[in-house]
Design a protein around this ligand. Sequence first.
Ligand code: CP
Length: 299
Amino acid sequence: TENILTMTDLPLGTIDKILTNAQEFAHTPYWFEKKNVFAANLFFEPSTRTKLSFEAAEKKLGLEVLNFEADTSSVKKGETLYDTVKTIESLGADVVVIRHETDRYFDELAGKINIPMINGGDGCGHHPTQSLLDLLTIKQEFQSFIDLNIVVAGDVRHSRVARSNIEALERLGANVFVSGPEEWMEGELRSRYIPMDEAAEMADVMMMLRIQHERHAVQMVAGVEEFHQKYGLTVKRERLMKPGSIIMHPAPVNRNVEIADELVECKRSRIFKQMKNGVAVRMAVLDHVLQLTKGGYKK
Ligand code: CP
């Protein structure tokens, strides 16, 4: 059984295969015949993009979708994560997608669940399918990752998207920098830090992040306007960016906090392109773990 839990665990060859297949899915309107294959989506944390794009990907692949609502499930009666996932497996799911607020929730499941598990985000840990859709978006734009200057800016410390992307982009040969409040940068992040104006000038990709209020132990942001001016992608900073450089954001976006309202859909923005790519990438990830299209595609 192959799981997709972190980018760290994914060999470069697998990343390359998933991106190549995702590009194929993105460009060709494949629609697969219905199969007797069941996908369960277990979201214990809020989600719009990841949950719905997995559902869209599953339906496009011809899978049957089992949705799960944490708030009306037996988790409310104290059932554990392990017992919940084991139940889903026993009911006949062939693959399970899980988002959970606990970092590395999957460690307690590994080796005990006999269907592929795909991580849809774990606490401040990892978000591999977001990273893969970001990689696809960058590849479509620049063809290669070698020596690209990528700046991940904002609440880097609490971001599972940042963690997954920094690790993967570094391995793929990009130069990865971080920006935002310097006091939020700890350990390894410190060596990557550059101030926001410098970041805007040198970036090929400006990857903006939302402030993860839900993960801050204390209120760390005094004023939204002050944060925007000091650390956000303002209209003024966008003007410093090089021709051909792009703006990305995993979304949800807090307009006029980490990014100016006018920039969300500006010419450089690939934010909605990222979301579109999310469906194709999740099709490729599901195909990879379930080996659905091994025998060839049926249009
Ligand atoms: N980017 C992302 O993971 O969005 P959702 O939280 O809406 O799924």
